[in-house]
Write a protein that binds this ligand. Sequence first.
Ligand SMILES: *Cc1c(COP(=O)(O)O)cnc(C)c1O
Ligand code: SF4
Length: 340
Amino acid sequence: MITGKPIAVQSVPTEKNDWQHQLTEMIQDLSALLDACGLSEPPAPLANMLAVGFPVRTTRHFASLITPGDWHDPLLQQILPWATEQVDVPGFSADPLQEREASPLPGLIHKYRSRVLLVPTGSCAIHCRYCFRRHFPYEGHRMGAKERAAILDYLSAHPEVNEVIFSGGDPLMLNDRSMQNWLTSLAGISSLTTVRFHSRLPIVLPDRLTPEFQRLLTSTRLQTVLVLHSNHAQELPEVLAQPLNALRAAGVILLNQAVLLRGVNDNLMTQAELSQRLMQLGVLPYYLHQLDSVSGAAHFAVSDNEALLLHNQMKEQLAGYLVPRLVQEIPDRPSKTWLP
Ligand SMILES: *Cc1c(COP(=O)(O)O)cnc(C)c1O
Ligand code: SF4
């Protein structure tokens, strides 16, 4: 007999916890984002997504950290496209870092003497509106076997390079098998000592930090460094404690870099909370970046004067190791520029 009761469906934990499965359930348009966050009646105009060319994207996990109904939530601000994105602002351009000129091969950026950036994938599980690579020509950087071989040859021919930095896109979007292939090849190049991953995936998809991933990072002769990209303590819930502890216990160096963003983390309390929360998780703050002047992101800009004032307040308030270096990327310099 049919009753009104719902039928209990057996849950399938392996699939639910599977990070790749979660990627298939990402939020990929503005109305779905607004629905997920319980939002209606915006206080200011939103962008016309047909004209923007950088779609809305986030995971269900990241959306769940946003306070429902709060248009000013600091996590929401990072992914919500306001109409002001579409206004041209002098000084803001598509390639503010002139990375195109520093790319000797597809997928490789060699700007600083001892380290290279490797861009193995153009995809991310979140689209941050402030992203300086939002206009990056990833199509020209597709990575097949030929490109991989050329990069490995380049690294062998450039012994001054001792560190490979996986950047993106988000390098943790690679599956473990691709990651293993890279690590095996890189470990075979004797001049390399270190491999570093810059990733926002632990923040938007903590389940990506699988035991298998931990094994990968610790079964190579190379020192491994994982640099998280978290901008706010609200992005660092307790689910991260166990996997980060496991990585740290296994010898992976854990650092964080943040971007200084107006309306998100441009005050002392927020920065102090971020540093303290990171320390609880065994992660040290590394860099606090001044925004790169990419078109569409001008509304996040904090002036250098305000940034320096905030940074000084942080120095007065926090232990030295909880104060990240305030840096800016200026094209044609041999390293990042420390402010002041
Ligand atoms: C930031 C960056 C690096 C790494 O610089 P560190 O100061 O070592 O963190 C390397 N290459 C490029 C192109 C970069 O933008
Ligand atoms: S995760 Fe990083 S690369 Fe991806 S959109 Fe955000 S800032 Fe850009």
